[in-house]
Design a protein around this ligand. Structure first.
Ligand code: AOF
Ligand code: ZN
Length: 360
């Protein structure tokens, strides 16, 4: 099962809206087949693993390990449970059930009905952790939310205006940390920043410095003050602007119409809740919020976050805009060439039984 998780993790960032799945086939204690799911629409992990077995006759005397319950529905691809049964695999070990309402136990039932011996719950905690975006989306009806910011050693997110005028833009974190942020962007489905970040930084919100799929760009601009020349509209990637719903001043230029959408929000109500509801409707499973303080605080106040990743640089600002505050201790701290990186978790995953259920 550890090997399944290792294989599954290869798909991180490229399988949305599908989960990360790895599959291993074992015959007499030896791995004879392996596979993982690469991309939605392409074959599932079990299919790749079964296809990789050279001598298919061995399948009838093998065990199949998979970190997620094999599917039982006809989606973009046919049901894996049917294939496992057809190939005569007698014994299946599963990490966690698939909470997608189209599966959710039906895959196990299908296997058992055909006489397959099924065990559920192997390394369940690790399996749920790997697919925490997928499970959060299906269970909580919202994307998995990661907050990210960088703060000075004295916990300011931005220095006072006069300091900026004097010293120019201040980078809190080093180049290695900034590279890591691009890796994180490549792993998530959408990125959000607030109005002030847009105005001050003119960010492109793209994945650079690492190979990865484009990320859905989101930003808040109540009065639609951004210029069409802003970097966030360049590159031909999808961009969503959240504006006041009573404001319909903007006409999207013809050449951007395919990529840019304006979504109206009620700015008197919780922005975080409305953004999260919109993303669920759009089937977006994960979101990274990269600032600024107002936007990050909106998510913290609404309790709408799962992880926070906070760089704590070495510079002292003395005064400025205070960084968001989280209650509780960081789960872990690592050093990125001298930058401190603090990881926080909000609600640990619920509903993990932790017990192995041998179904037969
Ligand atoms: C598996 N093995 O490797 C994956 C599964 O549209 P489809 O046919 O790709 O089905 C997508 C759903 O199948 C997805 O939402 C999830 O419930 C399950 N994913 N199942 O047996 C896999 N990726
Ligand atoms: Zn499947």
């Amino acid at each position: 099962m550890s090997r399944c998780l290792q294989l599954a993790a290869n798909g991180l960032g490229s399988t949305y809206p599908n989960p990360l799945v790895g599959c291993v086939i074992v015959h007499q204690g030896k791995i004879i087949g392996e596979g993982w799911h690469r991309k939605a629409g392409e074959p599932h992990a079990e299919v790749h693993a079964i296809n990789s077995v050279r001598n298919k006759a061995l399948l009838k005397k093998s065990e199949l390990y998979v970190n997620l319950e094999p599917c039982s529905h006809h989606g973009r691809t046919p049901p894996c449970a049917d294939l496992i049964v057809k190939m005569g695999v007698p014994c299946v070990f599963i990490g966690s059930l698939d909470e997608n309402s189209r599966v959710n136990g039906a895959g196990v039932a299908r296997l058992e009905r055909s006489g397959c011996q099924v065990t559920v719950g192997i390394l369940e905690k690790e399996c749920r952790e790997l697919n925490r975006r997928f499970f959060t989306f299906h269970r909580r009806k919202r994307p998995y939310i990661i907050l990210k910011w960088a703060e000075s050693a004295d916990e300011f997110i931005f220095p006072a205006e006069d300091q900026v005028a004097e010293r120019g833009p201040v980078w809190i974190s080093n180049t290695y940390s900034r590279q890591l942020v691009h890796k994180w962007r490549a792993e998530e489905e959408a990125i959000l920043v607030g109005t002030r970040t847009m105005e001050q930084d003119d960010p492109s919100l793209t994945v650079r410095e690492i190979k990865g799929k484009p990320i859905l760009r989101l930003f808040i601009d109540r009065q639609l003050r951004s210029s069409w020349q802003s970097k966030v509209f360049q590159g031909g990637f999808r961009t969503v602007v959240f504006a006041d719903k009573s404001n319909n001043r903007w006409q999207i230029p013809e050449e951007l119409k395919n990529n840019v959408r304006i979504i109206g929000l009620d700015f008197e109500a919780s922005l975080a809740t409305q953004i999260v509801d919109f993303l669920f409707e759009e089937e977006v499973q994960s979101l990274i919020v990269e600032g600024g303080a107002f936007t990050l605080n909106a998510f913290i106040e609404a309790g709408l976050w799962d992880e926070a990743r906070v760089f704590r640089g070495n510079a002292l600002f003395g005064e400025g805009l205070g960084a968001p505050k989280l209650s509780g201790m960081p789960e872990k701290e690592v050093s990125i060439r001298g930058d401190r990186l603090l990881y926080y978790r909000n609600d640990p995953e619920d509903g993990i039984s932790g017990s192995i259920k041998n179904r037969t």
